[in-house]
Ligand binder design. Structure first.
Ligand code: ZN
Ligand code: ZN
Length: 296
């Protein structure tokens, strides 16, 4: 998941992610081994889900470590876009994981096998505790990203609660088909998230305008600046979902010199900064000037 960072928060956040990563990957291994041992496809499905969470945590940890490197001769924007590539790889891993779950689960719908329900109860209580602790730790976050992460973790807790209830029922009654049913529900949840994340990542790669940027409103505000005649060739995209870039041409009124132009440019930058654009490139034009991109 991409994160946005400023100065002193940096090390603290990296440490939080590092801790979360090791907790998650450790717990994932316990779940996979435990799931095979208690013969439960529901536990294995939840383990695959947590493997995906661990991967994205590991990736954000790595990218926060290298993000300070900034631009290089090969990558003039630095390494921000790399996090989108990792998100796509992560989605592909989860897609393969879901296919694996379905291959394991569907035969069990036809011929249910009794899992070790007591063992499932222990593993799902552990799941509720580990994910619940993570919710409590992230609940106070203020940024949109922190809220999304916290909500996701809360959904994970609910998933484990469902497995816990299912295993209690299976320990009391002879109803082994509940295990593959829970597994299918979890696979559905994984696939829903995969397609949502893939859509977001692909829109970033395809240079779409970030949904939170209102370019029509920004253009309206820019046109209100005194001595701006026209705004054209406005392009907006995002590097990673957090860091937004814009290029545009501003046509000045007749007779406005470069000194006055610099003041107008500063006003335009202030408007765009308030509109959540992090990186602005402005081309100033005089009204007499011919521009090939005028109609863009
Ligand atoms: Zn999760
Ligand atoms: Zn132009």
């Amino acid at each position: 998941m991409p994160h946005h960072h400023h100065g002193h928060e940096h090390h603290h956040d990296v440490d939080n992610i590092k801790t979360a990563f090791f907790l998650n990957i450790g717990f994932t291994i316990v779940e996979i081994v435990g799931g095979i041992y208690v013969n439960s496809v529901a536990i294995i499905s939840d383990a695959i889900h947590d493997l995906g969470d661990s991967l994205s945590l590991g990736v954000s940890w790595y990218f926060q470590k290298i993000s300070h490197r900034g631009r290089t001769n090969t990558f003039s924007y630095g390494f921000r876009r790399f996090s989108v590539l990792s998100a796509i790889i992560n989605s592909v891993v989860l897609l393969a994981g879901s296919v694996f779950i379905l291959v394991e689960t569907i035969p069990r719908l036809l011929h249910p096998e009794q899992p070790n329900a007591q063992g499932m109860i222990i593993l799902s209580v552990l799941g509720v505790i580990v994910n619940g602790a993570a919710v409590l730790k992230t609940r106070k976050g203020k940024t949109v990203n922190e809220k999304v992460v916290s909500l996701h973790l809360l959904e994970d807790v609910l998933g484990w609660v469902a497995v816990l209830i299912g295993s209690i029922v299976m320990s009391l009654t002879d109803f082994p088909i509940l295990d593959p049913i829970l597994s299918l529900l979890i696979a559905g949840y994984i696939l829903f998230n995969v397609f949502r994340n893939l859509k977001t990542s692909l829109k970033i790669i395809l240079q779409s305008i970030p949904p939170e940027i209102d370019t029509i409103e920004l253009e309206k505000q820019l046109k209100k600046i005194q001595n701006i005649n026209q705004v054209h060739d406005m392009h907006t995209w995002t590097m990673d979902g957090n860091y937004h870039v814009m290029t545009l041409h501003l046509v000045l009124a007749k007779g406005v010199d470069l000194v006055a132009g610099a003041e107008i440019k500063a006003q335009a930058r202030a408007i765009l900064k308030a509109g959540d654009i992090d990186h602005v490139t402005i081309e100033l034009e005089s009204p007499e000037e011919h521009c090939d991109l005028e109609d863009c």
